[in-house]
Design a protein around this ligand. Structure first.
Ligand SMILES: NC(=O)c1ccc[n+]([C@@H]2O[C@H](COP(=O)([O-])OP(=O)(O)OC[C@H]3O[C@@H](n4cnc5c(N)ncnc54)[C@H](OP(=O)(O)O)[C@@H]3O)[C@@H](O)[C@H]2O)c1
Length: 248
């Protein structure tokens, strides 16, 4: 029976989808869970809707290095330590190569890649010996899905970052692993800016490529995050949770 009482767990993007479910799972095990909200409005909504899950919610747009540093310094001041850091916040915008833009590139690389590096840099003083970092990557970093060039590149980069960090931080007693979900039922799809009809078609065509025949549930990712945060013998790996989509 896992008991996380007195453990401090930071989950970025904890107010939605996979991050929210992971926060629930860690909270149920007794952890103190802290998350960010990307602006003051989202902070209010998060506190109102999920106040019982989070010990603390702080405003931080993680695409901004200054806000990222401030977020982790505030966590450090309040708690003095971080036992698990789940770098989960991410965005996905699909576009065929002739329709990509600077904005699509910057939005995805700034959050899905740059924020990982500066989050770990800012969190490092507070990560204890025996702590663990989890990075939410994606099977898109491994497969060729049309329209996903930018997103896929960010997730391949995230996987690389997790591997290099695992090597860099092993002597400090910090483990680093990545979780690569396949399609999971979360609001990420409705934030892609697609018309409803296109969204439905895209979801159906993705589902048709999943051997187990369905989208995954956030809980199926969250339970793996819990295992990886507590199993001291696993580091430097990326774990796929995708109903067989990337392998079969
Ligand atoms: N769902 C899938 O099929 C799937 C598959 C593979 C990988 N993933 C990865 O899983 C992670 C979580 O995705 P999800 O599906 O749970 O999506 P989601 O429900 O949209 O959650 C994304 C989270 O990131 C936050 N966020 C967005 N922009 C931010 C910013 N600039 N600064 C700080 N936080 C920001 C969001 O806040 P707001 O709610 O305020 O926007 C939200 O809390 C992502 O890294 C995604 O790439 C998802």
């Amino acid at each position: 029976m896992i008991n996380l009482e007195n453990k401090v767990v930071v989950i970025t993007g904890g107010n939605s989808g996979i991050g929210l479910e992971t926060a629930r799972v860690f909270r149920k095990k007794g952890a103190r869970v802290i998350t960010n909200a990307r602006n003051a409005q989202r902070l209010k909504e998060t506190e109102a809707e999920y106040g019982e899950i989070f010990d603390k919610v702080l405003v931080a747009d993680l695409t901004k290095t200054e806000e990222t540093s401030k977020f982790f310094d505030e966590v450090g001041k309040a708690y003095g330590r971080i036992d698990t850091l789940f770098l989960n916040a991410g965005v996905a915008y699909l576009a065929p190569i002739d329709q990509i833009t600077d904005e699509l590139y910057d939005a995805q690389f700034n959050l899905n890649v740059k924020s990982l590096l500066f989050s770990v840099k800012a969190a490092l003083p507070y990560l204890t010996k025996g702590s663990s970092i989890l990075i939410n990557t994606s099977i898109n970093g491994r497969i060729a899905m049309p329209g996903s060039t930018i997103y896929a590149a960010t997730k391949a980069a995230a996987r690389s970052i997790s591997l290099v960090l695992a090597g860099e931080l092993v002597d400090r007693g910090i483990r680093v692993n990545a979780i690569a979900p396949g399609p999971i039922e979360t609001p990420i799809f409705s934030k892609m800016g697609m018309p409803e009809e296109t969204l439905k078609e895209t979801a159906a065509s993705i589902q048709a490529r999943v051997p187990v025949g369905r989208f995954g549930k956030p809980h199926e990712v969250a339970s793996l995050a819990l295992e990886l945060s507590t199993n001291d013998y696993i580091t430097g790996q990326e774990f796929v949770v995708d109903g067989g989509m990337s392998a079969l």
